[in-house]
Design a protein around this ligand. Structure first.
Ligand SMILES: [Zn+2]
Length: 98
């Protein structure tokens, strides 16, 4: 299972917490669980720690998308079964099998 959370550092208390990469998008805001200051997430944020969190969130989201695309392994198996049958004629695995 992929870790879908990224680390965020609070600008006020310097505390570190984790939040879901899918939530960390432009316009998102949340309270620091330690000091309760509200942090605003934006890729153009003047705070370096926010920009860094946004960047890792984007990387995690991309990795999650890739992992989801690899899920339908059945298609790869079907492709592997394509080949000559016993009668000696070339058989193509049906794409409708999915
Ligand atoms: Zn804090």
């Amino acid at each position: 299972m992929l870790d879908d959370s990224v680390q965020v550092r609070c600008r006020r208390c310097r505390g570190v917490f984790r939040d879901r990469a899918r939530r960390l998008q432009n316009g998102y805001s949340r309270q620091c669980p330690t000091c309760e200051v509200v942090l605003f997430f934006d890729e153009d944020s003047p705070e370096q720690s926010i920009r860094r969190a946004m960047r890792s969130a984007r990387q995690v989201r991309a990795a999650l998308r890739e992992a989801e695309m690899e899920q339908p392994r059945r298609k790869r198996v079907l492709r592997g079964e394509r080949g000559y049958n016993r009668r000696g004629s070339y058989e193509t695995a049906s794409e409708e099998a999915d």
